[in-house]
Write a protein that binds this ligand. Structure first.
Ligand SMILES: CC(C)(COP(=O)(O)OP(=O)(O)OC[C@H]1O[C@@H](n2cnc3c(N)ncnc32)[C@H](O)[C@@H]1OP(=O)(O)O)[C@@H](O)C(=O)NCCC(=O)NCCS
Length: 179
């Protein structure tokens, strides 16, 4: 396999982000949710206007992983008030980390997670947290392998289906304080 490149996305990547967001969401959740709930979620969350606001948000960043000019994975990080919960300035949220299914198991998720941890350390936060659906066993195992620890649960509505997300956290050394 040729090298995977990871770069920070800009607003000119809107279409690529929209495409991979939709595709990975369907690949991850369509088999275990109703088509109507999936379709509504996609319409509400991945429309151009909403994504453009997220890409331009000063406290959010998107990263894209590419192989041979194809976008194969993405990462969305939130700081400060952009976080969906825990609005602490000392925390960073991994809101989305998604790899196209055909590339699973090739350590691309690991590359993105390593990048997220590196960014968190450089940004001076001491906690990286995320919410993961309690039935997304593969992702939960991935986070456990990376020393994330469950610290809470919250409800999440996918259309009319109320689901439970586990909140998981990784404590990190704030490297900004070491300089
Ligand atoms: C979760 C995800 C990001 C992991 O990325 P990935 O590139 O597939 O994973 P990697 O190849 O880096 O593997 C890292 C670890 O993930 C776990 N993992 C990967 N594939 C797995 C599988 N088929 N079954 C169980 N665990 C698996 C393993 O712990 C693996 O470590 P190991 O190879 O040492 O056993 C990716 O599978 C994905 O995008 N899933 C769909 C979207 C999603 O659920 N995102 C998270 C939402 S919170």
């Amino acid at each position: 396999m040729n090298p995977i490149t990871i770069r920070r996305a800009t607003i000119s990547d809107l279409e690529s982000i929209q495409e991979i967001s939709r595709q990975t969401f369907i690949e991850t959740f369509a088999a275990v949710n109703t088509p109507e709930n999936i379709e509504n979620y996609i319409l509400e969350n991945f429309d151009s206007q909403k994504l453009a606001l997220e890409i331009n948000h000063p406290e959010s960043v998107f990263y894209l992983a590419s192989l041979d000019n194809e976008t194969i994975a993405y990462l969305k990080l939130n700081f400060g008030t952009a976080q969906t919960e825990i609005h602490s300035p000392q925390a960073m949220e991994i809101q989305r980390i998604y790899v196209l299914r055909k590339f699973h198991g090739k350590k691309i998720g690991q590359l993105l997670l390593n990048e997220a941890i590196r960014i968190g350390q450089k940004s001076g936060v001491n906690s990286i947290w995320l919410g993961v659906w309690e039935k997304n066993y593969k992702a939960i195992q991935f986070y456990i392998n990376n020393d994330f620890i469950e610290f809470d649960k919250h409800s999440f509505s996918l259309g009319n289906d109320v689901q439970t997300d586990l909140l998981m956290e990784l404590r990190i050394i704030n490297q900004a304080n070491l300089l």
